[in-house]
Design a protein around this ligand. Structure first.
Ligand SMILES: Cc1ncc(COP(=O)(O)O)c(C=O)c1O
Length: 400
C-alpha cells in the first residue's frame, strides 16, 4: 500500500518530537527540565472550568452550528474588535478547534496552487507545512538581530513581493524568536501589503500575552481591516492548550469559506467547550492576570540567568512564552558545529530539554549563527533555576 504523494509535502511541528524524546528519557528515570514546548503547567481559570461543567450538565454535548454557537461568535467578535479598535460582528467569526486550524483552512480556501506565500522563518512551522501541502510556494522571510531585539528583514519580504507574493503570514509577538514589531515596522509592513494588493494572516496567538502595555494588531492600521484574517486562540491566554478552542476573525467572504471547511473537517468545535470560551471572555481580568504575572516572573528569571552565561546573547521578549538566545559562541566553545547534536547531548546528559532554531522552518542559506528556543510556560521557577544550574555546570565542564 502506498500513501498519497501529497503526504511527502506535509511538514510537522517537530517540537512535539522533542517532547516525545524527553518523555521517553523520563520514563527511564531521567528528570526532565521541559523548556521544549509552548504548553502551560498552570490551571485553566476557574470560571472557564465551571462553565464547561455546566455546559455538560445542561446537555451541550451534541452537534452545534458549524461556525460556532452565536454566543461565542458574538463575544469573540466584541473582544477581538474592542482590543483592536475594530468593528466585528458574528458573521466575521468562525470558531475553530484551536488556533492552528485557521492556518491550513485559510490556505485551503484562499491560496491557488503555485501562489507565492511569505512566512516568517524562523517561525511557527505549520505555515511552511500547510503552504507546501496545498501546492503553494513557501517564501521565507527572516529577522535581523539588532541591539533592540530581532526585527523583520524587509529585504527578504520585498524580494518575495517582487517575485509576486500574494499572501503573508505575520506573527507579531513571534514564536520562536520573541520578536515584536515597533509601530514603524508594523506600518511599513502594512504599506507593503496594501501597495501590492496582498492579504495578511495575523497569527495573534500571543497578542494577549503581552507583559506591559497594550498589544497592537496590524489589522487596526488604516486599510488593513479588509486585508487581514486574525488567528485567535484561547490556548495561551487562558491556559487552555488541550481544550482546543480558537477562531478565525476577518472579512465575511473568507469566514464563509472557512466555515464550509469546518463542515467538511470536524462538523463543529466541541459544543460545551464553546460555553467555557464565552465564560473565559467574560471572566474577571484577575483570572488571566495571575497567569500573566507568573509567566512574567519566569521570563525575567530565565533571561537574567542566561545573561550570566558566557557566549549566550539574549533579548527579553515583550510577549509570549519564549526566549531565543544566540548560542554561536557557546557552541563553538563547547566544541559543537551541529545544533541538533548539541541539543541531544545536552538533553541526554542534563535532562534540560529545548528546541533548536531548526525546529522552526528550514534554516535559510545565509544563516551563520545558532539559536535555541527555551519555553518558560511549562516549567515552574524552581525547576527553571535547577535546570539552568545543571546546564551551566555542563557548559563549564565542556569548556575545560
Ligand atoms: C505562533 C503560533 N501559532 C499558532 C499556534 C497554535 O495554537 P493552538 O495550540 O491554539 O492551535 C501556536 C502554538 O504554539 C503558536 O505558537
Amino acid at each position: 500500500m502506498s500513501t498519497a504523494k501529497r503526504m511527502d509535502l506535509l511538514g510537522s511541528e517537530t517540537a512535539f518530537a522533542v517532547s516525545a524524546e524527553a518523555a521517553s528519557l523520563a520514563s527511564k528515570g531521567t528528570k526532565i527540565y521541559p523548556f521544549h514546548l509552548g504548553d502551560i503547567n498552570l490551571p485553566t481559570p476557574i470560571s472557564v472550568i465551571k462553565a464547561a461543567q455546566v455546559g455538560i450538565d445542561n446537555g451541550k454535548t451534541g452537534y452545534c452550528p458549524a461556525p460556532g454557537i452565536p454566543e461565542l461568535r458574538e463575544a469573540l467578535a466584541k473582544d477581538v474588535g474592542s482590543a483592536r479598535g475594530l468593528d466585528y460582528g458574528l458573521n466575521n467569526v468562525s470558531i475553530q478547534p484551536g488556533g492552528k486550524p485557521s492556518i491550513g483552512k485559510y490556505i485551503a480556501a484562499m491560496m491557488e496552487k503555485e501562489d507565492i506565500v511569505l512566512y516568517p522563518n524562523p517561525g511557527y512551522p505549520i505555515y511552511e507545512s500547510q503552504i507546501e501541502f496545498y501546492g503553494g510556494i513557501a517564501c521565507p522571510y527572516g529577522y535581523i538581530n539588532t541591539p533592540d531585539g530581532l526585527r523583520l528583514d524587509f529585504d527578504t519580504i520585498e524580494n518575495g513581493i517582487k517575485k509576486g507574493a500574494k499572501h503573508i503570514f505575520y506573527n507579531n509577538y513571534n514564536n520562536p524568536t520573541g520578536a515584536s514589531s515597533p509601530d514603524k515596522e508594523m506600518e511599513r509592513l502594512a504599506k507593503l501589503v496594501i501597495d501590492n494588493d496582498m492579504f495578511l494572516i495575523s497569527d495573534d496567538a500571543y497578542f494577549d500575552t503581552l507583559y506591559e502595555g497594550n498589544p497592537k494588531s496590524i489589522a487596526s492600521l488604516p486599510g488593513m481591516y479588509d486585508r487581514t484574517l486574525t488567528m485567535y486562540t484561547f490556548s495561551k491566554k487562558f491556559a487552555m492548550t488541550g481544550w482546543r478552542l480558537g477562531g478565525a476573525i476577518g472579512p465575511e467572504k473568507i469566514i464563509e469559506q472557512i466555515t464550509r471547511l469546518n463542515v467538511n473537517m470536524e462538523s463543529c468545535t466541541t459544543h460545551f467547550v464553546q460555553y467555557a470560551g464565552v465564560a473565559g471572555l467574560k471572566a474577571p481580568k484577575e483570572e488571566t492576570q495571575e497567569i500573566l504575572d507568573e509567566l512574567r516572573g519566569r521570563r525575567d528569571m530565565l533571561v537574567e540567568i542566561l545573561n550570566r552565561i558566557d557566549g549566550v546573547e539574549v533579548h527579553s521578549p515583550e510577549a509570549g512564552f519564549y526566549v531565543f538566545p544566540k548560542i554561536t559562541e557557546l557552541m563553538k566553545d563547547c566544541g559543537f558545529s551541529d545544533p541538533e547534536e548539541f541539543r541531544k547531548i545536552v538533553l541526554k546528559e542534563t535532562g534540560v530539554s529545548f528546541c533548536g532554531r531548526h525546529h522552526f522552518g528550514r534554516p535559510l542559506e545565509n544563516e551563520t549563527d545558532y539559536y535555541i528556543r527555551l519555553a518558560f510556560s511549562g516549567i515552574d521557577k524552581m525547576d527553571l533555576e535547577e535546570g539552568m544550574q545543571l546546564l551551566n555546570l555542563w557548559i563549564n565542564k565542556r569548556r575545560n
